[in-house]
Design a protein around this ligand. Structure first.
Ligand code: ZN
Length: 412
């Protein structure tokens, strides 16, 4: 085997028509240490590509500069002398082609692959450019060239999740994923009902939409209005996390306002202020036998005792606390009757909880679905987190289209 063969093998170049002439250390235009490979590309051509006659003559070489993918963090470039041909019949000229790069492009296909691999990790353009030894705008161009946003997914999933995320200029964008496979289905520029309806109605047939069995949403009322129209057979499920979050917020807000009205030296104040985690802990997981030293109150007490101390003294707080616990446990145990009882037997406390319960009563059937169903928006929250991280890594995006392409890079 020749040296040429091994050099090409090491550089992972498959084109055997390339003949390496020299390998030299040099500096690139921006004074970066570069390894320059001088090579020649030639192969016999029988017939003219334009007219098909066998009247082809060799016509010198044309120089082409190609950026290769970096090896061990080194910048590699190739100065390739490409054979040119001239046709005696039609007087046209043409040159040889290679799989190394596309015609008239400096970046080799391998380098572009390397760039695309790094975009999958959510790095910013400048960092990718530094790793791959090219410019940030090359990275941007490569992404625009390589990534195509999907017109639609091939099969509309049976279980969908709806949510939104903050995209450019503080606009909320709609996002939808498959509840089972956790794959991204679509992201839309905004969350307007018309945009979402248009997307699903124009790209999926009625039969396909009829197949959808459930849609998970948060308590945002606007989605529920058109889900019935888009997916007539789908059950609306309210995300369990949002249900707990809503009651939890009511509990916390009342706890804070109650604490404000108390004497700061009192035991109850100290409990409300420092042991707030215990109120969120599930009732039957509280420690009721072994006393522990509780910081903030500076006493030995069981966790159950702490709760009892406050709830016995403030009946209104007790109602709210029990409501929170009841809903949390009903969701955990998938107990629909218990949830219904809780909503039916609730008496007004003149706090934030009243509104929350009214909302729940209004959406009772959806709430029931979320107790029974195994699906939640967890997967979508994970996707949203990755998007947020991407935005942070890239110091924000100005162009929404490009932002969406970058998201596609991650979830492709
Ligand atoms: Zn010709």
């Amino acid at each position: 085997m020749s040296h040429n063969h091994f050099i090409l093998k090491m550089l992972n170049i498959k084109d055997e028509n390339i003949q390496v002439l020299d390998v030299i250390d040099t500096l690139s235009t921006n004074k970066e240490k570069t390894i320059l490979i001088k090579a020649r590309l030639s192969y016999p051509v029988e017939r003219c590509v334009n007219c098909g006659f066998d009247t082809v003559l060799k016509n010198g070489f044309a120089k082409a500069h190609i950026r290769l993918d970096s090896l061990n963090g080194q910048r590699y470039e190739m100065l390739l002398h490409k054979q040119r041909f001239i046709c005696k019949s039609c007087h046209s000229t043409f040159g040889v082609t290679t799989s190394l790069n596309k015609p008239n492009q400096t970046l080799s296909c391998k380098l572009k692959n390397q760039i695309m691999l790094l975009t999958k990790e959510g790095l910013n353009n400048e960092l990718i450019a530094r790793i791959c030894h090219c410019s940030a705008s090359s990275v941007r161009r490569t992404i625009i060239e390589r990534v195509r946003s999907k017109y639609r997914v091939s099969v509309l999933p049976k279980h969908l999740c709806f949510d939104e995320f903050r995209s450019v200029k503080n606009v909320f964008s709609f996002i939808c994923c498959d509840a089972q496979s956790h794959k991204l289905v679509v992201k839309l520029p905004d969350r307007l009902s018309s945009t979402i309806i248009n997307y699903f109605e124009n790209r999926y047939s009625k039969q396909e939409r009829d197949q959808v069995e459930s849609v998970v949403v948060d308590l945002n009322a606007q989605y529920q209005r058109f889900i019935r129209r888009l997916f007539p057979n789908a059950k609306v499920i309210i995300d369990r996390f949002h249900i707990v979050q809503l009651v939890g917020r009511a509990l916390d807000n009342y706890r804070v306002s109650l604490a404000r009205s108390l004497d700061k030296k009192s035991r109850e104040y100290k409990i409300l202020k420092s042991q707030w985690r215990l109120f969120h802990k599930k009732m039957d997981e509280l420690e009721d036998k072994k006393p522990t030293y509780l910081k903030g109150i500076n006493e030995y007490m069981t966790q159950q005792n702490v709760i009892d101390l406050v709830t016995n003294k403030f009946p209104k707080f007790k109602t709210i606390y029990q409501m929170y616990q009841g809903i949390t446990l009903a969701l955990r145990d998938k107990d629909v009757t218990r949830l219904n009882d809780l909503l039916d037997n609730y008496t007004k406390t003149h706090t934030e909880l009243d509104t929350t319960i009214t909302t729940f009563r209004k959406n009772r059937s959806y709430l029931k679905n979320s107790v029974i169903s195994q699906y939640s928006n967890g997967a979508l929250e994970g996707i949203n987190r990755k998007i947020k991280l991407l935005k942070r890594n890239c110091y924000g995006f100005r162009n929404q289209q490009f932002f969406f392409l970058r998201i596609d890079c991650i979830f492709a």
